[in-house]
Write a protein that binds this ligand. Sequence first.
Ligand code: GLU
Length: 493
Amino acid sequence: MSGVRVRFAPSPTGPLHIGGARSALFNWLFARKNGGTFILRIEDTDLERSSRESEENILRALRWLGLDWDEGVDVGGPHGPYRQTERLEIYRRYAAQLEQAGLAYPCYCTEEELAREREEFLSRGEMPRYGGRCRRLSPEERRRLEEEGRRPALRFAVTPGETILVRDLVRGPVPFDSTGIGDFIIMKSDGIPTYNFAVVVDDYLMGVTHVIRAEEHLSNTPRQVLLYRALGWPVPEFAHISLILGEDRAKMSKRHGATSIDQYREMGYLPEAVVNFLALLGWSPGGEQEIFTVEELVREFSLERVSKSPAVFDLNKLNWLNAHYIRHSPLERVTELALPFLQRAGLVAGEVTPEQFRWLVRLMGVVREYLTTLAEAVEHARVFFAAEVEPEDEEAREVLAWEEAGRVLAVLAEKVKGAESLDDEAAVAAVLKKLPKEAGLAPRRAYLPVRVALTGRTQGPELHLVISLLGKEKVISRLQRALAWREGHAKAN
Ligand code: GLU
């Protein structure tokens, strides 16, 4: 393994979203490309909003995408624990170190006092920040406040008037003025670290060399740089990847449709399509190529080619990629992924025997070219499961009622009865080829009634595939039923 160490550090406050998945993917690609280590750390210090359920959702979604981690929750590693609430002692130790060095101080201000100060800054048209009141407390004043029962938070003391330069691999050097930052809290009064503090301690202790994350954290980075310096630690490389916008150019949100990876799985997107799509959200290899296998992504990925400008979420492109992968991924795999949809629709029940699975593979081979999502397989597959079919519309009824159609249905029924099985598609195709002549009909006049009799529709996959898939029993019963339908129809008219 090379020295490259990166991490994905989600807060488990909801399911894994498109944006988080994209951050995870870029980190994973960067690690794999450089023979580095990919770490999964759970940042669950927001006790109210974090849940194990969300954490499990995130892990499941990452696994579904095929993003494996070398160190982190679940798999462990030499720098654990990898869940921040299990590292509280570590943060307290470094907080105490900063306090002893005079770089951080206890702050006794109440919520109300802080809110009032905020208002004052805003009314003067200034950026709200902490004014530094508790920084100036004498030891006696502190003692008095402690005696009142106030529990202090710990604030990091920021020297105003300094320029902090964040070097970003995507954005170049970004200067920040320390005056606008103000002294910020690193440990809350309940002994829980804030994000900016925990992230620095962890990234350092876990040996993270490159911090690749969403652009929204760029404004946090100067605080983190100050903490690295105060603790005497080297600052890692940063790469902030741009926002994802909806097609209306507003920040991607629920209003734009599905936002969680779960939802895309449930709608019938393939993980390889989602990964390919996410990779192109903010990264481009420079050429015209849009279809990338994971291996190609690993080979081609580089932070230099991550764009500064926002990425736009284009659902049509995702659909196009998904249709591509449904057609081109190994058929057995597509079948496995489609199976839960067929099961949920009640088409397939219980355990699937190897023989059934082989049949399902053939079925998916026939229908997959019509699909944008796996969920759509249900509608296309239904006709192969149904006990019986009816002509589905006026056009289909007309075809089935054609005067000479009975002949072709009867001829075919006889042939099928005489056949051992219909498994051999080529043999079925050969029988069909001779059918018009034997029934004394033009090809279209012969094939269309057969199609309607077998599927209820005037359009669909190639007839020899349909017949072979349906199998002898269903073909005979549907042909006979169609013949009976014709008799009823003739009487009625
Ligand atoms: N827990 C933060 C988040 O989910 C991680 C930010 C970071 O990568 O530093 O946004």
